[in-house]
Design a binder for this molecule. Structure first.
Ligand SMILES: C[S@@+](CC[C@H](N)C(=O)[O-])C[C@H]1O[C@@H](n2cnc3c(N)ncnc32)[C@H](O)[C@@H]1O
Ligand code: SF4
Ligand code: SF4
Length: 366
């Protein structure tokens, strides 16, 4: 996963991010259902319909206990659309009963004031809402929905802002919403929203390459976004989550503003995810049979975690001899798969593959 987190306010820093041990001390992402009321053209999980055998309430409650007993500190609840699940409140409550921290990714279409206040009271740490653009017709086109949904989502983002929940607006940057980051930066700044997360699209599921910027184009866009963000106020910070970015010399010139709080790809080493039908996968974007490590209906979390994920705990092809391996850990494995269709392919953002673009970016003044 590659993203720029533009922080308008200070927030929780994942202290486990720099630790390179193999231990499930980060979090478990939970694609809690595959059902969704939207059909975003870029959705890596191709969400829409429920999967055949999604975990029942009883199975989900058992898994929460199992994860808590194993020492997992946090769940990141995602999907599909989490709030479409009728038992979502029972599951969230159980997580809090076990003192598990909760972060949520939701399209925020099914929330309202009462539900947002309930999430706040439960101590939910953050809610991430994908807006992608401020153009309500384009929003509707991207998500295959009615423009009226945009108004409701904006209302809910404003309501989240009145709570203690860390408010994250997100944007998957594609050619379709090239102005999105700039529009949302102003929006977040004016509304004092905590964080704007810009995702590099992962070309799996529904997300096809033709609507995406090429990697060199994306790197140029990334630099433009950083420049625009620091022109607002130089005291704000940018967290970069992108395993290969530590090796870009042109980024080092921004070190005053940038906190690379991500040491290599954590998938299958510090974090993992679970699909709606109980398969353990290295990260939430890898809900593909080729990445299924085992199903929690058949094996314990401990067994799958401790004996699986072998591919993610050794260097992929092309990285074996690389001096940067210790900081990059072979790059983003799902981005590599999306571009190469190989589970041990090379991350296309590796600095070695992008030296021409990097040289060009180095020549542009900060
Ligand atoms: C898969 S959605 C599930 C939760 C919820 N339905 C939502 O939209 O936030 C979780 C996050 O993944 C992002 N996302 C979806 N497809 C993506 C892709 N191909 N590349 C990068 N991020 C993507 C969405 O924008 C959203 O912020
Ligand atoms: S990105 Fe979220 S809202 Fe959009 S289709 Fe996928 S799961 Fe649904
Ligand atoms: S070759 Fe592999 S380990 Fe080295 S920088 Fe590139 S992706 Fe990272």
């Amino acid at each position: 996963m590659l993203r720029l987190k533009l922080k308008f306010n200070e927030s929780h820093v994942d202290e486990t991010a720099k630790n390179k041990d193999v231990a499930l001390k980060g979090c478990i992402f939970w694609n809690i259902t595959n059902k969704c009321n939207n059909r975003c053209f870029y959705c890596f999980s191709s969400s829409g319909n429920m999967k055949n055998k999604e975990l029942s309430t009883k199975e989900a409650l058992n898994f929460i206990k199992e994860a808590a007993d194993y020492g997992v500190p946090r769940f990141v609840i995602s999907g599909g659309e989490p709030f479409i699940r009728k038992d979502i409140w029972t599951l969230l409550k159980e997580m809090r009963n076990y003192n598990l921290q909760i972060k949520i990714a939701s399209n925020c279409t099914l929330l309202n004031k009462e539900k947002i206040n309930k999430l706040d009271k439960m101590g939910v740490m953050s809610i991430q809402t994908p807006l992608d653009t401020l153009d309500r017709n384009l929003y509707a086109k991207i998500k295959n929905t009615n423009p009226k949904q945009f108004d409701k989502v904006i209302k809910n983002i404003n309501l989240i802002n009145q709570t203690n929940i860390h408010n994250i607006v997100s944007c998957v940057l594609t050619k379709v919403n090239a102005d999105g980051p700039s529009q949302l930066m102003k929006f977040c700044h004016d509304k004092n929203i905590d964080t704007l997360s810009i995702f590099q699209p992962i070309p799996t599921g529904c997300c096809s390459l033709e609507k995406l910027f090429s990697i060199p184009e994306y790197l140029v866009k990334m630099k433009e976004i950083i420049d625009e963000f620091i022109s607002y106020d130089k005291k704000w910070l940018i967290d970069i989550e992108g395993p290969t970015f530590e090796s870009y010399d042109w980024l080092k010139r921004y070190s005053k503003y940038i906190r690379v709080n991500f040491a290599g790809c954590k998938a299958g080493r510090r974090i993992c995810a679970i699909s709606a039908d109980g398969n353990l996968i290295p990260c939430p974007c890898m809900d593909l049979p080729v990445f299924y490590e085992g199903n929690i209906r058949e094996r314990s979390l401990k067994d799958i975690w401790e004996n699986g994920f072998k591919l993610f705990r050794e260097p992929p092809r092309g990285c074996e001899q690389c001096k940067k391996y210790n900081s990059c850990m072979g790059g983003c494995r799902i981005l590599a798969y999306g571009y190469t269709h190989k589970t041990n392919g090379m991350d296309p953002t590796c600095f070695k593959l992008n030296q021409d673009t990097s040289k060009k970016l180095e020549k542009i003044n900060v």
